[in-house]
Design a binder for this molecule. Structure first.
Ligand code: ADP
Ligand code: 5GP
Length: 211
């Protein structure tokens, strides 16, 4: 399928709601959807790969990148810093490619401000707070104090849902995935994205101008 104008699919959620699980699956089904690999000062979790999940950098390196204007947006989340590299994002937008972002509400807000008509904002909700806690503990990747810090922030993160275009409730992963997939596929068919193709087609049908 060809699209004429790329979109920026932004997925956020409270930690543990399942956005990484859903995003990874979307990438598997749509390999042309490029994932924006963020920079972070947090240490890698077991199983995370540098350059694939994140670019893991020291606080000093992150500060130097901020000073050099390397980030399209950056934010402090759960006591660590995370940022979106400006250069690959600019190249993808210029090339009309679709890009997937796993960023928090601050990142979503900054991307919407920078690319108002090209962003599609999706917020993933857990089915309940008890289930959120169970998933964060069950993931087994963070020590108890980090889990507690993430849970403490869940309430304020959840209240940000009002700035998003779509809400996906991740109760059953297959059903939630089908909703995320449907949002992406429908967004690619938006008139403004297909308009360049439609204009070329329409121009071919116009009668040659007189004179
Ligand atoms: P996030 O990226 O939002 O922090 P993850 O994708 O890492 O969340 O998911 C947190 C944990 O919950 C993981 O162990 C994941 O396998 C599990 N999980 C994700 N979606 C579901 C679901 N629908 N039902 C049960 N467990 C899930
Ligand atoms: P985690 O440490 O669980 O991978 O991510 C913690 C939070 O940081 C999540 O809400 C995630 O979406 C967010 N995040 C990851 N990368 C970025 C980024 O580049 N910018 C912003 N603003 N948030 C990010």
């Amino acid at each position: 399928m060809t699209t004429d104008r790329g979109l920026l699919l932004v997925v956020s959620s409270p930690s543990g709601a399942g956005k990484t699980t859903l995003c990874r699956r979307l990438q598997r089904e749509f390999p042309a959807l490029a994932f924006s690999v963020s920079y972070t000062t947090r240490p890698p979790r077991t199983g995370e790969r540098a350059g694939h999940d994140y670019h893991f950098v020291s606080p000093e390196k992150f500060s130097a990148m901020v000073s050099a204007g390397r980030f399209a947006e950056w934010a402090e989340v759960h006591g660590e810093r995370y940022g979106t590299d400006r250069e690959p994002l600019g190249l993808a937008v210029a090339g009309g490619r679709d890009v997937l972002f796993d960023v928090d509400w601050q990142g979503a807000r900054a991307l919407r401000a920078a690319f108002p008509i090209d962003t599609v904002l999706v917020f993933v909700l857990p089915p309940s707070l008890g289930e959120l806690e169970g998933r964060l503990r069950g993931r087994g990747t963070d020590p108890p104090e980090i889990v507690a810090r993430r849970l403490a922030r869940a309430g304020s993160e959840l209240s940000c849902f009002t700035s998003y275009d779509f809400l996906v409730i991740n109760d059953e992963v297959e059903r939630a995935y089908q909703e995320l997939r449907a949002i992406y596929v429908a967004a690619r068919c938006a008139q403004l994205r297909r308009a360049p193709f439609a204009r070329v087609l329409a121009a071919q049908l116009e009668p040659p101008s007189a004179g």
